[in-house]
Design a protein around this ligand. Structure first.
Ligand code: ADP
Length: 914
């Protein structure tokens, strides 16, 4: 975050003379100098001077002025009632926002109202539901180093999830950071964080002192106990301690706010009571590249299938707790066979026992986001509704336990054993809090009748006073004989008796004038006044007492945070298991055998594509220690990359604890999935596609082990064919000879099939195509052996490319001068005059196509997709007789004015319409 502001210069110059309010503002800006201070003035949060200018510009609100004895200040304010949307804008622009609230009642103080920062809102420490939006985790990270090792801490303050790890090399740390995708990171002294955090993450250096080993260790101890036993390395202690301090800092710390912020004596956030230290090797490693290309959490925009990601596809969870758990399992698939089996055992039991599964699913649907609720409770930010939601969630727990009572699998039996219904907590809330309380907690209607005698007495006084007043109208009409007499209430004058002017002569002596209106007078009587005061006293005392009682209940619940969190954790696990079982049952998944010495998959399916494709063609996979590398050929759109991802996704699902989409599956336990799939230009990073490709390749070749799974989709595309082929060949040989990882390599380089044929551990696979009535139909089924070298030419021929060109291509393929190769090689063949249709950049073939095949993709789709995928790449492949292309080649885009460009475009369009 480089958007820090500091206190306004203009104020600094006359700091001594500022008015009391502005001096408060100035002081807070100084204290929170890395944040933008929003300063409460009545119903608005205001910013002044430079800050006002920025807020006005970013939030698109009017910049106004404030004048006082010391001068004129720019001012911009946002209404408190919907401040969230403005805060969001400021966070997006890279600011931390320090919210300075009035912490005294303006009616009760003379002079300027005290203000204090009650929270500092930052992207990684959000707790407001309005800002969090999704139930997914939202992490802040801290990164520390001692020059030797790196320590990484990750904390979601909205749920209390807290992790720590460390490694000697920064790449491992970067991979771990990728998994959790923190929204924000603070870094300690001497840390080179380049490349550790993704572009979405706001990174800023933070106070060095809090990264100090001693200070950080003390802080960790205050929360969790002995740092030496909890954590594995000093750098972990540093990172954890610093992150805790940062979390405390964002809770604010102004005077007078202790009521709002339930901190321990020393400012501790009491609900943080669990820290998980882990070793990266305990999980299958899925780095950002792999998560992205496998579309685990987010869809790639470049290419792919409508809509869904892996997590969406298997997310049948019933509550937010389960959703987060399931995401975490997919983010960190296990490598420990026993732990995987435990999950599979539980899923298997839930697949078989339909009634229990459905019952649990129904029960869990009534569970609210208990983790966020309890963290709000513990931070003193929960209202009465939150407590009721917590109680409602707890009320299903006995039934959940009951549903699990016959559980046989280890994990379910454990859950049955350890799920704690927290009956006292639920009963306390239900006894104290009304069923449908208002969101405010200071204005009554929160505490149930019968909970507290004093409160009931006060409410009774209030009620009987009001009913006396209700009867007053009839009584006074009778006494005065004035039928139009009315008893009313307004907020300024309170209760009154209203008599219209013509009847004023009938007003009794004890009536005292309160207010004169146009056609009537309003009165009160001493008794009415007395009653009114009694009502008001009782009401205000009752409201105060309710608030006090509410806080007592809230504190009592907060004291049980740890148990509530443990329960939430178990419900989350259960929900995720039920979801896996639900998916397995509804979509015909099987329980995989894990820990096999290779792949033996029968009729495997891609979990996401099978849902979108009307008829998905299953494919098997067989690999073992002797035969571990497959070179896959076949035309574009025949299903190569779907197949490769399918294999990886089966591993991810199985190791996350899920069943897998296949008839049967034996799978190895994979330590890491590497992907080098497709080309996504890192334009912002200023690197070329080829450079990225080589970068990823280098990571793979350095990082892969015999237990890794490598997916390579077309290596060496970004360079010349000869170069690309050479690299592809060398990579294949290296992986085969030196790495021994399970490898799937999809390629256009037909020559690579020869390399594969020569290597004992390698095998050729290809995707088949068929001709149906002049259309190429993709069967999407994988088969042994290499694809025919000439399939590109076949396609070109059917696309209507002139016979002479097709013939010449066949000649060349048969050894007439060029390397034997695929259609791609033809496109950049010896003479540089390949047919336009071949590289897909000319769509003329589309018109000749007939109806689509059902399960398969027609040629029309193939040519379209090819045009999008590869168009314009081979600039050697230009037919000389195409005037539009000739003209395009002549244009020098870099030097054209917009007008010239428009004219050129119009001219080109004319030519095509000729
Ligand atoms: P390639 O990598 O060979 O270019 P893709 O794997 O991208 O091909 O697949 C192209 C399209 O074919 C996909 O978008 C998908 O809709 C469809 N497809 C792929 N595999 C199958 C399959 N096994 N069954 C049915 N359709 C498939």
């Amino acid at each position: 975050m480089d958007a820090a502001l500091g206190p306004p210069e203009k104020m600094a110059e006359q700091a001594e003379d500022l008015t009391p309010m502005m001096s408060q503002y100035y002081e807070l800006c100084r204290r929170y100098d890395d944040s933008l201070v929003l300063f409460q003035v009545g119903d608005f949060y205001e910013a002044f001077c430079e800050a006002a200018e920025r807020v006005a510009r970013l939030c698109e609100i009017t910049l106004t002025k404030r004048e006082d004895s010391t001068g004129e200040y720019a001012m911009a304010g946002v209404p408190i009632d919907n401040a969230e949307s403005y805060v969001e804008t400021l966070l997006d622009a890279g600011y931390r926002v320090a919210v300075a609230d009035q912490v005294e009642d303006p009616d009760e103080v003379s002079g300027v109202v005290e203000r204090a920062v009650t929270r500092v809102i930052t992207p990684g420490t959000l707790t407001e539901d309005e800002l969090l939006k999704s139930p997914d985790n939202n992490y802040a990270a801290a990164l520390a180093t001692d020059g030797r090792r790196y320590g990484l801490a990750l904390l979601d303050v909205s749920t209390g999830d807290f992790y720590a790890t460390s490694a000697a090399d920064v790449d491992t740390i970067a991979d771990e950071a990728d998994r959790f995708a923190p929204a924000e990171a603070i870094v300690g002294p001497n840390v080179d964080d380049a490349g550790v955090f993704g572009p979405e993450c706001q990174v800023s250096p933070y106070d060095e002192a809090v990264f100090d080993r001693e200070a950080a260790g003390e802080r960790v101890r205050a929360y969790f106990g002995d740092p030496e036993t909890l954590l594995a390395d000093d750098v972990e202690v540093r990172a954890c301690g610093a992150l805790l301090e940062y979390a405390e800092y964002t809770r604010g710390g102004g005077a007078g706010t202790s009521d709002e912020i339930a901190e321990g004596e020393d400012g501790r956030l009491e609900y943080l009571n669990h820290l998980t230290r882990y070793d990266p090797r305990e999980y299958m490693l899925l780095d950002a590249v792999a998560l992205d290309s496998l579309e685990v959490f987010e869809r790639r925009s470049v290419r792919g299938h409508e809509g869904r990601t892996l997590v969406d596809t298997v997310d049948e969870t019933a509550c937010a707790l389960g959703r987060r758990q399931l995401s975490d399992w997919l983010r960190r698939p296990l490598v420990d066979e026993e732990r995987i089996q435990r999950r599979h055992g539980a899923v298997g039991e839930l697949v078989r026992d339909v009634r229990t599964r459905e019952r649990l699913h129904g029960l869990l649907a009534d569970v609210y986001d208990v983790e966020r609720l309890i963290s709000r409770v513990a931070r003193g930010r929960a209202n009465a509704r939150d407590l009721r939601s917590l109680a409602a969630s707890l009320s299903v727990v006995p039934d959940v336990r009951e549903a699990l009572s016959g559980a046989e699998s280890d994990l379910l039996a454990d859950l049955h054993e350890t799920i704690d219904p927290l009956t006292e907590v639920r009963e306390e809330i239900e006894a104290a809090i009304r069923e449908d309380p208002p969101p405010e907690v200071t204005e009554g209607d929160v505490i149930r009748r019968g909970y507290d005698e004093t409160l009931d007495d006060l409410r009774e006084t209030e009620r009987s006073g009001k009913s006396w007043i209700e009867d007053l109208e009839a009584q006074e009409r009778e006494r005065t004989g004035v039928d139009s007499l009315k008893v009313g209430h307004n907020s300024v004058h309170g209760y009154y008796i209203e008599v219209t002017d013509p009847n004023l002569d009938r007003v009794p002596d004890d009536y005292q004038r309160r207010q004169t209106l146009k056609n009537s007078e309003r009165f009160y009587t001493p008794e009415l006044k007395e009653r009114e005061e009694e009502i008001l006293r009782a009401e205000s005392a009752a409201d105060d007492l309710e608030y006090e009682l509410f806080r007592e209940v809230r504190d009592a619940v907060a004291a049980e945070s740890e148990r509530v969190q443990a329960l939430a954790d178990r419900l989350a696990t259960l929900d995720a298991l039920v979801a896996f079982a639900e998916v397995a049952a509804n979509h015909d998944y099987c329980r995989p055998t894990v820990g096999a010495d290779g792949f033996d998959v029968e009729a495997g399916r891609h979990p996401v594509v099978e849902r979108t494709e009307a008829s998905f063609v299953p494919n098997g996979t067989e690999m073992d220690r002797e035969r571990f590398l497959a070179v896959i050929t076949g035309p574009n759109m025949s299903g190569k990359s779907t197949y490769m991802r399918q294999v990886a996704l089966l591993c991810v699902l199985a190791q996350a604890g899920s069943f897998v989409p296949a008839r049967s599956a034996a799978l190895p336990i994979v330590d890491r999935v590497f992907t080098r799939v497709g080309a996504s230009d890192d334009i912002a990073g200023g690197r070329s596609t080829f450079m990225i490709e080589m970068d990823e390749l280098s990571d793979i070749l350095h990082g892969a082990t015999g237990d890794s799974l490598i997916l390579l989709d077309e290596v060496g595309r970004g360079t010349s064919t000869a170069d690309g082929l050479a690299i592809a060949r060398a990579v294949t040989e290296y992986v085969h000879d030196e790495v021994g990882a399970y490898t799937l390599f999809a390629t256009h380089h037909h020559d690579l099939t020869e390399t594969a044929a020569d290597l004992p551990g390698a095998v050729n696979l290809h995707f088949e195509t068929r001709r149906v009535d002049g259309d190429v139909v993709f069967e999407h089924s994988v088969a042994e052996g290499a694809a025919a070298a000439s399939y590109g030419v076949e396609v070109a021929s059917m696309a209507g490319v002139p016979d002479a060109v097709v013939e010449r291509s066949r000649d060349l393929l048969d050894g007439g001068g060029a390397d034997a190769g695929t259609h791609e090689d033809v496109g950049v063949g010896a003479n540089g005059h390949a047919p336009a249709g071949v590289d897909g950049s000319d769509g003329t073939g589309a018109a000749t196509n007939g109806a689509d095949g059902d399960a398969a993709t027609s040629l029309e789709q193939w040519t379209d997709a090819a045009a999008g995928d590869e168009g314009g790449r081979d600039d050697g492949a230009v037919t000389a007789d195409d005037p539009v292309r000739e003209r395009l080649r002549e244009l020098d885009v870099a030097t054209m004015t917009p007008l010239e460009a428009m004219n050129a475009l119009a001219e080109l369009k004319d030519r095509t319409e000729d």
